[in-house]
Ligand binder design. Structure first.
Ligand SMILES: [Zn+2]
Length: 142
């Protein structure tokens, strides 16, 4: 189960909301209540992240939890967001071979999994490779 805990806590599901320390200006995602650097000195405020980042590391998953069996193989990556925080996300719309460390990605809002009996669909963020020639496509498809 990889649906992040922050998921239930953010009011706007289509936006990556982290927190920014007003003292050291470090940005955290998922949001934190206390800055680990400044402790009580730092006052954390909500901060909207751009959703852009780069592949820091990745692994291709060939055998995963049952919930993800329809998606195997899939690429699970650590994304370094341009504001600094690192997040783990599945890379969507790729077959694995095309992912390289340092690749530019954007976070997109996608179906994470579906529960058959109840028909419940879970949504969350995945990362999508930014291909230069498609960078201006605003449709969100692909
Ligand atoms: Zn701080």
């Amino acid at each position: 189960m990889h649906v992040p805990r922050f998921w239930r806590e953010i009011p706007n599901r289509y936006t990556l909301i982290g927190t920014k320390c007003g003292h050291c200006e470090k940005i955290f995602f998922p949001p934190r209540a206390i800055c680990p650097n400044c402790r009580r000195v730092g006052h954390l405020e909500p901060f909207k992240l751009s959703g852009r980042g780069r592949v820091y590391s990745f692994t291709t998953v060939y055998a995963g939890p049952r919930d993800f069996k329809d998606q195997i193989p899939y690429v699970l990556a650590i994304i370094e967001l341009e504001e600094g925080p690192r997040v783990m996300a599945q890379i969507t719309d790729c077959n694995g071979e095309e992912v390289k460390i340092g690749d530019e990605v954007e976070m997109v809002f996608r179906k994470i999994k579906e529960e058959g009996e109840e028909g419940i669909i879970y949504y969350g963020f995945k990362a999508r490779l930014v291909r230069k020639k498609e960078a201006s496509d605003p449709s969100g498809k692909g």
